[in-house]
Design a protein around this ligand. Structure first.
Ligand code: IPE
Ligand code: IPE
Ligand code: MG
Length: 253
């Protein structure tokens, strides 16, 4: 960013933990799956909003590496929902210029799902209106561990010296390495934790929490988060005066 021009007040990358589907259903005395289905509609609203507002990257936490431990019935039903959503939505996302990507351990999904994930990615790879990352079977610790393993492999085959390993090199191995880090993190559902989402990538992300349950998430709530974000000063460890002077831009990540 050139000197004197304020940093954009709108996040370029939003990352969301979509939490609270189960409680939303429980409040209505309905099975948890009803909440997940309503949650899928909230995903569509969120994508619409981000496309309308020119948000470049949206990353959604759909299923964590720990969520595999839920009752089999819920895992199975979630997989069915996921598959259905892939079949239904990808054409429309493609038409709207969205590039769809998946992060997480694909090896744990059934072959039919992996095939559709691969196909969706390939089909939409050239799109540039927005990048939509779906974190599925994703864990932040696993992400970092795999990055460490990739570098260890290069050390083992002699193409890398241990002293060459630094933040930049490790950062190039984690998920989303080719995209700017999330500017704004949102978690719905009232819990104020990261739950093993993008641990590395969230180092300097602004965090925003709401009690609203994910199926109730809509444009008005997202706008609240954006308004809050717009009023924040991101200092990246520097002083307010440095940020105001714009002299620190080159030091920013
Ligand atoms: C988030 O909602 C969706 C997934 C983790 C798949 P939850 O299912 O965690 O809903 P709560 O937290 O139980 O209400
Ligand atoms: C985080 O929610 C994962 C997703 C939203 C996909 P969880 O419901 O799994 O998180 P905890 O268990 O409350 O930490
Ligand atoms: Mg939850």
């Amino acid at each position: 960013m050139p000197n004197g021009i304020p940093a954009p007040r709108q996040p370029g990358h939003i990352a969301i933990i979509m939490d609270g589907n189960g409680r939303w259903a429980q409040q209505r005395r309905r099975p948890r799956m009803i909440g997940h289905r309503a949650g899928a509609r909230a995903v569509n609203r969120t994508i619409d909003f981000c496309l309308q507002h020119g948000i470049g990257v949206l990353t959604l936490f759909a299923f964590s590496s720990e969520n595999w431990g839920r009752p089999q019935e819920e895992v199975d039903a979630l997989m069915k929902l996921f598959l259905g959503a892939l079949d239904r939505e990808v054409d429309e996302l493609h038409r709207r210029g969205v590039s769809v990507r998946f992060i997480g351990d694909r090896s744990r999904f059934a072959a039919g799902i992996v095939q559709r994930m691969d196909r969706s990615e390939q089909r939409t790879a050239g799109n540039s209106a927005m990048v939509l990352n779906i974190a599925a079977s994703y864990g932040g610790r696993q992400d970092i561990a795999l990055a460490a393993r990739a570098l260890a492999q290069r050390v083992a085959d002699g193409s890398l010296q241990p002293e060459q390993i630094d933040e930049e090199l490790l950062g190039q191995q984690v998920a989303l390495a080719d995209l700017p880090a999330p500017d704004l993190f949102i978690r719905t559902g009232g819990d104020t934790r990261i739950s093993n989402f993008l641990l590395w990538q969230l180092a300097y992300t602004e965090l925003w929490f709401t009690d609203v349950l994910w199926p109730d998430f809509d444009a008005a709530i997202l706008q609240q988060a954006l308004d809050d974000f717009a009023g924040r000063e991101r200092r990246f460890g520097l002083t307010s005066a440095q940020i105001a002077a714009g002299t620190a831009q080159s030091a920013l990540p």
